[in-house]
Design a protein around this ligand. Structure first.
Ligand SMILES: [Zn+2]
Length: 258
């Protein structure tokens, strides 16, 4: 499948799509938009692999979201390792820390994060990292490692200096719907200065729906609205943003490359 754009972080396995999942996947395909479906726990990781194995242009991430960190239990990544054997798996994700909701004890979150970073290094896969109100610990856990996996700060939110911290670690920055919202001046100023060759686009659907669909359910085909916004902010064409961010995603996730 010819890919014009890649939504590097989606959750089309969720129940939000139970009524029309095929149509959602079809709409992305017709718009030449590939997507990477990220797992949130074992069940969702399995569904991601299944979705990716049965649809062209769909890839999978396997991992435990920090909200599920407690169910990760003892740091035994055996089941994730087994799932990752599928050729469709291009990432360990969604992993990270979330001190805003604190759905799992912070100690468990950190343990699960470390274990999955180790797994990513072992398997040579990039990570898609969630960070909410946990920047200090998250950066510390990455910086203290001997080996930092390739990765993306998913749905990056912050100023230029924070972006630089991730870029210095070799990470890419994932831009999503909030960039299209009215405010977010600081984020827009930062995006203007970030190098285009380190940006990837994403939806985090069904959440974070971009304007003009804000308030509705999000889906991979809406990633084009993030493209528009990045083009506007950087003062370049949408074609250039599409081409370059797609190249970045292909490079980062080693898509179609063996
Ligand atoms: Zn997500």
């Amino acid at each position: 499948m010819e890919m014009r754009l890649i939504d590097t972080h989606a959750h089309v396995d969720l129940e939000h799509y139970d009524g029309d999942r095929e149509e959602v996947v079809e709409r992305a395909k017709n718009a030449e938009i590939g997507f990477i479906n990220m797992g949130l726990d074992i069940d969702s990781s399995k569904k991601s692999v299944n979705l990716a194995e049965t649809n062209e242009g769909v890839y999978a991430g396997v991992g435990f979201h920090p909200h599920e960190a407690s169910s990760f239990g003892s740091p035994d990544p055996k089941r994730l390792r087994k799932l990752s054997r599928s050729d469709s798996v291009v990432a360990i994700g969604e992993i990270g820390l979330d001190y805003y909701r604190d759905n799992s004890p912070r100690k468990d979150q950190r343990e699960a994060f470390r274990t999955q970073l180790d797994l990513a290094c072992e398997l040579g896969l990039p990570v898609s990292v969630h960070n909410r109100s946990s920047t200090e610990d998250l950066l510390r856990l990455l910086k203290e490692r001997d080996e930092v996996p390739r990765g993306v700060s998913h749905s990056f939110f912050g100023d230029y200096e924070l972006g630089l911290e991730f870029l210095d670690l070799g990470f890419y920055l994932g831009l999503s719907g909030p960039l299209t919202f009215g405010g977010e001046k600081e984020l827009k100023e930062a995006v203007k200065r970030f190098p285009l060759d380190r940006l990837v686009l994403e939806t985090d659907c069904p959440f974070l729906t971009p304007v003009p669909h804000r308030g509705e359910r999000n889906e991979p085909s809406y990633v084009s609205h993030v493209t528009e916004e990045v083009a506007k902010i950087k003062g370049i064409s949408e074609e250039e943003v599409s081409e370059r961010t797609t190249e970045n995603a292909v490079r980062l996730f080693d898509i179609n490359g063996e």
